[in-house]
Ligand binder design. Structure first.
Ligand code: FAD
Length: 287
């Protein structure tokens, strides 16, 4: 039988101190929804668990300096239902409502979801599309990095063994920005077969697309950008019927990783369809 020593810090400093002392011997636990599965299957086997659920400093949503600051312990449900996020970042609330079930959203945390780095996670595509960055803390100090460079491989992030994900910072979108997330899953609330988050602005004089970002989850080891489609639409005034070709051509170079249910070809086709759906919704307001 193995023994795991359980720690329950009450502050970020205390949690960082424990991480500095224990390093890769320890795992942080937040909601435990993903970590417990890994522990049961012995995919991870830490000697120490650092339970951060009682670190109140990590449970906050603040708006200042033109951005939302979302503490790592904020639950999915708080983002889905809480003001002022619903008012200022409605696209984020709507995206989170597609994650799991109410029970899962009541307990799972933003920090846990991102640090777990499941390529099919629902938060990364919409947050990257919105230009989010993450604040990471340790006993050595604090650093920020774009969320886009946080994901490094399957279930791997840029977090060092002594680091804690403390906060997600999401810039408040300008008034002309439109963004949304769509996913396709086998059953409502399942992980995505493919998920697409996108944001763009439409120039009010010319009607052209600017600042376009399209992020696709569940097709590769980390979320990927649909760069060719972004390029085709940047500064363009796309006609609705041209979008189908732009999306089909734009995914031709991708070879999505197949899974036990779906082939790579199926996922590539789904990628094109979902990206087109998102773009039609954002550009023309279609459902
Ligand atoms: C039945 C079920 C259905 C689900 N459906 C979906 C879905 O449809 N879409 C989706 O995106 N997700 C889904 N999830 C995942 C879930 O929503 C949580 O987001 C996810 O499990 C992680 O959150 P957590 O707080 O439970 O993290 P934990 O399980 O506690 O931790 C996950 C990982 O992150 C690390 N970690 C946690 N917090 C931090 C931190 N602050 N700093 C550094 N490392 C940290 C842990 O060490 C661990 O490696 C589902 C989960 C379940 C159980």
């Amino acid at each position: 039988m193995r023994t795991i020593t359980y720690h329950e810090p009450r502050s970020v400093d205390e949690a960082c101190q424990l991480l500095a002392e224990l390093g890769s011997e320890a795992r942080v636990i937040a909601g435990g929804q993903s970590l417990m599965v890994l522990l049961k299957q012995r995919i991870v086997d830490p000697g120490h668990l650092i339970d951060i659920k009682r670190v109140a400093e990590l449970d906050h949503v603040r708006f200042d300096g033109g951005a939302a600051h979302i503490g790592a312990l904020t639950t999915h449900r708080a983002i889905e239902t809480g003001q002022p996020i619903r008012g200022k970042l409605p696209m984020l609330s709507e995206a989170v409502a597609k994650l799991g079930s109410v029970q899962i959203r009541n307990w799972g945390t933003v920090g846990g979801n991102l640090a777990h780095a499941d390529p099919a996670g629902d938060l990364a595509p919409i947050l990257i599309a919105l230009g989010a960055s993450v604040k990471v803390v340790s006993a050595r100090g604090t650093r920020s990095l774009p969320l886009e460079s946080f994901f490094q491989d399957f279930y791997e992030t840029a977090l060092g063994p002594d680091e804690l994900l403390a906060e997600v910072e999401v810039p408040e979108p300008a008034e002309d920005v439109r963004a949304c997330y769509v996913k396709e899953s086998i059953r409502l609330g399942d992980m995505a077969i493919v998920g697409v988050g996108a944001a763009l602005a439409i120039d009010e004089n010319s009607g052209r697309c600017t600042n376009i970002r399209i992020i696709v989850g569940a097709v590769d080891r980390t979320p990927v950008r649909a760069s060719r489609i972004e390029e085709a639409l940047r500064g363009a005034l796309p006609e609705k019927k041209a979008l189908r070709d732009i999306c089909q051509d734009g995914v031709a170079d991708y070879h999505p990783l197949p899974d036990i249910h779906f082939s790579s070809d199926y996922k590539r086709t789904l990628m094109a369809v979902l990206i087109r759906n998102v773009l039609e919704k954002l550009i023309y307001g279609a459902n």
